[in-house]
Design a protein around this ligand. Structure first.
Ligand code: ATP
Ligand code: HMH
Length: 279
């Protein structure tokens, strides 16, 4: 779908519109905050439905409060009933009840859906109930246009150990062919050497590679990457080009990341602007 059609009643402006359904990060590097910064930077009108409020920072997660189900449903109804949505993503969906309400809302919608299957924060703190991971794979994964697991998430989704490049490629194929995702991007941020990601689009494998940047400031890289893909898809960019452009965006964000906080600092969402090179 592109942003040139299907304007809801009352809308007169044509602009790419993207929605994130996710948890929050008051320290601004991950979650909803990273997604909205990324949408804005990529000249995409950003919207958000909050699933959980997370007290977290660069050192880890201090507390989590889940928004009541009826309120999540209301937020979804508010945006879906009134706003154009050309692509959306999900991030943190903490439990089965929240997954169910999202699945009900989005099934049957003909809109690009990017799932970042968030399971733990960069700090290692869990963000999803262990028993909900199965529901995610069975019920939400088949609704996706693209899923973007890191290595531990891909290991859970496939049930296989992934410690080689070949195993990453096999995982991408299995997530599509066996578990029904529209496409799978297995990310190599957690491997040694080059930062290589593999995309299986249902027909072919594509490789996206960047040199590894030696930094501890990688808080929210996965959120930023999937949000950038979502923004490009909302603009009508093809899946392969959207991943390629988003990879450049996240690599620049890591390259110019900020040493803020005592832990793993946030990435720089305006790194692709010319002036950020001076930072
Ligand atoms: N140090 C690095 N240098 C260059 N690219 C990196 C680095 N770390 C991660 N990446 C890239 O960043 C993107 C996000 O991947 P990553 O595997 O870190 O996601 P994630 O683990 O889901 O992120 P998060 O920490 O937000 O949970 C991928 O394209 C990955 O290759
Ligand atoms: C809310 C939220 N979603 C995702 C991540 C993963 O980086 C995080 N730390 N917090």
């Amino acid at each position: 779908m592109t942003f040139t059609n299907d304007l809801p009643k009352g809308s007169t402006t044509q602009v790419p519109c993207a929605l994130t359904i996710a948890g929050t990060d008051p320290s601004g590097g991950a979650g909803i905050q990273a997604d909205l910064k990324t949408f804005q930077e990529l000249k995409t009108y950003g919207m958000s439905v909050i699933t959980s409020v997370v007290a977290q920072n660069t050192t880890g997660v201090q507390a989590v409060h889940h928004i009541p189900i009826e309120m999540i449903e209301q937020q979804l109804n508010s945006v879906f009933s009134d706003m154009p949505i050309h692509a959306f993503k999900t991030g943190m969906i903490a439990n089965e009840d929240i997954m169910k309400v999202i699945a009900e809302k989005i099934s049957g919608q003909d809109i690009s859906y990017v799932m970042d299957p968030v399971m733990v924060a960069t700090s290692g703190d869990p963000l999803i109930a262990k028993n909900a991971r199965y529901f995610l794979r069975q019920n939400l994964l088949p609704l996706t246009s693209l899923v973007t697991p890191n290595i531990p998430e891909a290991e859970y989704l496939t049930g296989e150990t992934i410690d080689t490049v070949e195993a990453m490629k096999d995982a991408a194929v299995k997530i599509v062919e066996v578990f029904g995702a529209g496409a799978a991007l297995v990310k190599g941020g957690h491997m040694e050497g080059e930062a290589v990601d593999f995309l299986y689009d249902g027909s072919n494998l594509h490789t996206f590679s960047a040199k590894r940047i030696h930094t501890k400031n990688t808080h929210g890289t996965g959120c930023t990457y999937s949000a950038a893909i979502t923004a490009y898809l909302s603009q009508g960019v093809s899946l392969i080009d959207a991943v390629g452009k988003a990879k450049d965006f996240v690599t620049a964000a890591i390259q110019h990341s900020f040493s803020l906080g005592a832990g793993s600092g946030p990435t720089n969402h305006w790194a692709t602007r010319e002036e950020s090179v001076k930072l």
